[in-house]
Write a protein that binds this ligand. Structure first.
Ligand SMILES: *Cc1c(COP(=O)(O)O)cnc(C)c1O
Length: 352
């Protein structure tokens, strides 16, 4: 396969270009005006997505960020509070949308290294609804896989335990499942089992599944009606979006099972990194498609300097801290690419 724009690009799985089959499907997609509900390809994608997640309905949105925000707006009103992880994408990387646009108060609690929230921390964060001083707790959110926690997969058992707490307290439960299929494949369970305890789930087509754009928000029919209104309000009502949905259908039909290849490639890459002096894997073993690693103190170059030298040699990685890197394995990375990256890194480290 040709490298992406001339680079071996490990910055993210979002850099994946659409596959030849997707370009073909997009070319021939049957379309209509989706805001009128007329686009048969979007409708087919939404139906498929709902089926994959075991929910009544789904709505196609341009991005995962909009999917999560539409969910927050559909579940919550102004002054409501959302309990979520302090390392979660929704808290850190969605421009504060729930607060800025929804008047919704985020209540971050610590993410554990495995991506979970401690059940006792969730319980302790739930407000006393009789106390007029406090915001009203409305929603609990999990992220699966957990990006900043090393691409960790949250289990069915854990997700159920959170669902039980939400039910007991009359709260809604949303999953940011941007990479829910990576979790499902890693755990060997159907994605719908991971989604079952939640009222709603967002997942991305545009990451490891290689579609050029698009995410889906899934839930019951009444919730999805509200989410469609939120999508329109946010400017996400697209027109002949069947062009994009066509790629999404190919993604769901053909790209899910192969994620296991990316997970195996991540393990192979991690094993290679482990054999290089001066690099520390953290977490030690990747669970899904992400490899996080740090340069040791003994290395005289910081992460930006190493990344710059990698770039000169045709390799892109994501810098996550002064000494921290993230590499994400995906469809467009071959075993030969992995060997090449390890060779270049070894070379840079020897000189560092
Ligand atoms: C990428 C991502 C999103 C947002 O998706 P976009 O399509 O980039 O807006 C949300 N949550 C997580 C965990 C992500 O990794």
């Amino acid at each position: 396969m040709p490298p992406l724009n001339g680079y071996i690009d490990l910055r993210s799985d979002t850099v994946t270009h659409p596959t030849p089959a997707m370009r073909e499907a997009m070319m021939h997609a049957e379309v209509g005006d989706d805001v009128f509900g007329d686009d048969p390809t979007v409708r087919r994608l939404e139906f498929l997505a709902a089926e994959w997640m075991g929910k009544e309905a789904a709505v196609f949105v341009p991005t995962g960020t909009m999917g999560n925000l539409a969910a927050f707006l559909a579940h919550c009103g102004r002054g409501h509070e959302v309990i979520l992880g302090d390392q979660s994408h929704s808290y850190l990387l969605e421009a504060g949308g729930m607060a800025a646009l929804g008047g919704i108060h985020p209540r971050p609690i610590p993410n554990q290294p495995d991506g979970t929230l401690r059940l006792e921390d969730i319980e302790a964060a739930i407000r006393n609804s009789a106390d007029e001083h406090q915001p009203i707790t409305r929603l609990v959110c999990l992220e699966n896989t957990h990006n900043r926690c090393g691409g960790a997969a949250l289990t069915v058992e854990y997700t159920h335990a959170v669902g039980v707490i939400a039910k007991r307290h009359g709260l809604r439960f949303h999953i940011d499942g941007a990479r829910i299929f990576n979790a499902a494949v890693a755990l060997g369970v159907p994605a719908r089992e991971l989604a079952a305890p939640a009222d709603s789930i967002t997942f991305c087509l545009s990451k490891g599944l290689c579609a050029p754009a698009g995410s889906l928000l899934c839930g019951d029919a009444a919730f999805i009606r509200l989410a469609r209104r939120a999508r329109k309000m946010l400017g996400g009502g697209m027109r002949q979006s069947g062009i994009l949905a066509a790629a999404g259908i190919v993604a769901l039909n053909t790209m899910v099972d192969r994620l296991k290849n990316d997970h195996a490639a991540a393990v192979a890459f991690a094993n290679g990194l482990r054999s290089l002096p001066g690099l520390i894997l953290e977490p030690d073993t990747p669970q899904t498609n992400m490899v996080y690693f740090n340069g040791a103190e003994s290395v005289h170059l910081d992460a930006p300097a190493i990344a710059a030298r990698l770039k000169e040699r045709g390799v892109l990685v994501d810098v996550k801290g002064a000494r921290r890197f993230r590499a994400v394995l995906h469809y467009w990375i071959t075993p030969t690419d992995i060997d090449a990256v390890l060779g270049v890194l070894a070379d840079i480290l020897v000189r560092a």
